[in-house]
Design a protein around this ligand. Structure first.
Ligand code: AMP
Length: 280
């Protein structure tokens, strides 16, 4: 496994890889969710490149960036064990050298949900993903359904800017109690960790109602709120039932949708989602 710290090193390593090349962008502190993306890439490609970069421009809060967990040596061991071909671990200065002035902005679909609560977040995501795609030049790139809006935004970016690659989406990997794996979970207190599975339980309650025939958008959102109201430790930031591509909030009878939420537990902000689709 080749570990590259500069764009020049990565380009050199990339030139020697067999096609097709799969790419998994991450912010590190790897867990089984990230590893599922890597395994999928390994299955579908001749070579796999992973990036580890805690991208400062997608953080809207300095404390979140400062407290974001990091352990690159451990990450490299995990990736080596999976048989990854190359890892890109750039510094912030390597990605954003003095004089950097460019911003990539996907409009409208970035202004709702996460975008509404994390100003500038998706400008940071779109810009770094554009840079990483240009540096790595993958044939396929792997993203988790856990970050559903990110998937919608990156797909739009790839279509709009004609990136010659395919976006592959991997289902959310969960703890046995349902909590979606996240690098931020380690920051939960023991009490917070005990409360956290309620997020997925609330989404699942609404999905069960959906499967039982409930089609009213507001009543489905209300299901989620009702379950979470039982746990004072959880402060719900939003619950949304939106069109899966336009991300417009749905009202009245719905035939399919993305049910998503963001919530604070102690001082940790967590997100999760389920897709409502198909007939019973
Ligand atoms: P991050 O390091 O949080 O930026 O995540 C890197 C990639 O891993 C993103 O595409 C995430 O959507 C994906 N990911 C994070 N958590 C999970 C999970 N629990 N299941 C599946 N994919 C995930």
């Amino acid at each position: 496994m080749i570990v590259c710290y500069t764009v020049a090193e990565l380009r050199k390593a990339r030139a020697r890889l067999p096609a097709p090349v799969g790419f998994v962008p991450t912010m590190g502190y790897l867990h089984a969710g990230h590893l599922a993306l890597v395994r999928q890439s390994k299955l579908e490609n001749a070579a796999t490149v992973v990036s580890i970069f805690v991208n400062p421009t997608q953080f809207d809060r300095a404390d979140d960036l400062a407290s974001y967990p990091r352990d690159v040596p451990r990450d490299l061991r995990l990736l080596e064990d999976l048989g990854v071909d190359a890892v890109f671990v750039p510094s912030a200065d390597e990605m954003y050298p003095p004089g950097f002035k460019t911003l990539v902005r996907v409009q409208e679909i970035t202004e709702v949900l996460e975008g509404a609560h994390r100003p500038g977040h998706f400008d940071g995501v779109a810009t770094v993903v554009t840079k990483l795609f240009n540096i790595v030049q993958p044939d396929r790139a792997y993203f988790g359904q856990k970050d559903a809006q990110q998937v919608v935004v990156v797909k739009r970016l790839v279509a709009d800017l004609n990136f010659p690659l395919e976006i592959r989406v991997v289902p959310t990997v969960r703890e046995p109690d349902g909590l979606a794996l996240s690098s931020r979970n380690v920051r939960l207190t023991p009490e917070g960790r005990r409360a956290a599975p309620l997020l997925f339980r609330a989404l699942s309650a609404a999905r069960d109602a959906w499967l039982a025939g409930e089609r009213d958008a507001e009543r489905l959102r209300e299901r989620v709120r009702a379950v979470l109201a039982k746990e004072p430790r959880i402060r719900l930031e939003y619950v949304s039932l939106a069109h899966p591509e336009t991300l417009e909030e749905l009202e009245g009878e719905v035939s399919r949708g993305l049910l998503s939420l963001a919530a604070w537990i102690d001082d940790v902000r967590l997100i999760d989602n389920v897709v409502l689709e198909g007939e019973v």
